[in-house]
Design a protein around this ligand. Structure first.
Ligand code: KIV
Length: 281
């Protein structure tokens, strides 16, 4: 069954946790979809995990559209959310609506996600009024890494917690359909989840959120550059891949691969020396 904004909201009402993972390509999205994931986020984290940048700031609209379109082709049932990249919505409400529209029309996303609280409420309102569901993102918002001075837990003191609560209420009022809470103390995230009607999706925000999201390379042990504290490794696919790559290299070097089972046969009687004589003038 196709997950929609309505089915996801019903999950919150029924107390059923919402599952979300990031994906950036067709085959990974298809595997997740077949596993029964509720929602797939085409995160701008692809700047780091897929493109090798040190943060998300260099990701472009073209990057996001092409990866979102690939994921959408693989996701039959999952609800697909596309991140709006840095400076695709901060510059103006007009830019925000135009770029959200591109992610829906060209990327075939089901919703867009943008970072920030009260300051981006005009954008959330305008995009929603243009019939595009908006997922908000509060707490440690990676596009503001230079303002935070690093990837740090947010909402730790009373003033910061109050600002986060106020932002959560504001984005809901502006029309956001869901909110990601990143690197927020668990008790605060649980409180926010309790006062909002829209579902909260936590990443490093404890078990009190309505759902959870992880970057798939983190949960599969495929991203060796940096592993955040909250990223539980559910498998060591990175080690499996390295092992397979090493065996492949060994078999190519030894000549064990390709064997007969992995080669094409034709008429074994063909004498190619004789055949090639036909090319002589
Ligand atoms: O870009 C991303 O993958 C995200 C998640 C970390 C929530 O925004």
């Amino acid at each position: 069954m196709k997950n929609t904004i309505a089915t996801i909201k019903t999950q919150k009402i029924n107390g059923e946790k919402i599952s979300m993972l990031t994906a950036y390509d067709y085959s990974t999205a298809k595997l997740m979809d077949e596993s029964g994931i509720n929602t797939i986020l085409v995160g701008d984290s692809l700047g780091m995990t897929m493109l090798g940048y040190e943060d998300t700031l260099s990701v472009t609209m073209e990057d996001m559209i092409s990866h979102t379109a690939a994921v959408a082709r693989g996701a039959k049932n999952a609800f697909v959310i596309a991140d709006m990249p840095f400076m695709s919505y901060q510059t103006s409400v007009y830019d925000a609506v135009v770029n959200a529209g591109r992610l829906m029309k060209e990327g075939r996303a089901n919703a867009v996600k943008l970072e920030g609280g009260a300051s981006v409420c005009p954008q959330i309102k305008a995009i929603t009024e243009a019939s595009v569901p908006v997922v908000a993102h509060l707490g440690m918002t990676p596009q503001s890494v230079n303002v935070f001075g690093g990837f740090k837990v947010q909402g730790k003191d009373e003033a910061a917690a109050l600002k986060l609560i106020s932002d959560a209420l504001e984005i809901e009022k502006a029309g956001a359909c869901m909110v990601v809470l990143e690197c927020v103390p668990a008790k605060l995230a649980e409180y926010i989840s309790g006062i909002l009607k829209i579902p909260t999706i936590g990443i490093g925000a404890g078990a009190g959120c309505d759902g959870q999201v992880l970057v798939y390379q983190d949960m599969l042990g495929m991203f060796p550059d940096f592993t955040p504290k909250f990223a539980k490794k559910f498998a060591d696919v990175g080690a499996e891949m390295k092992n397979a790559f090493a065996r492949y290299i060994e078999e190519v070097q030894s000549g064990a691969f390709p064997d007969r089972d992995h080669s094409f046969k034709n008429d074994d009687d063909t004498d190619y020396n004789k055949l090639a004589e036909k090319l002589k003038p």
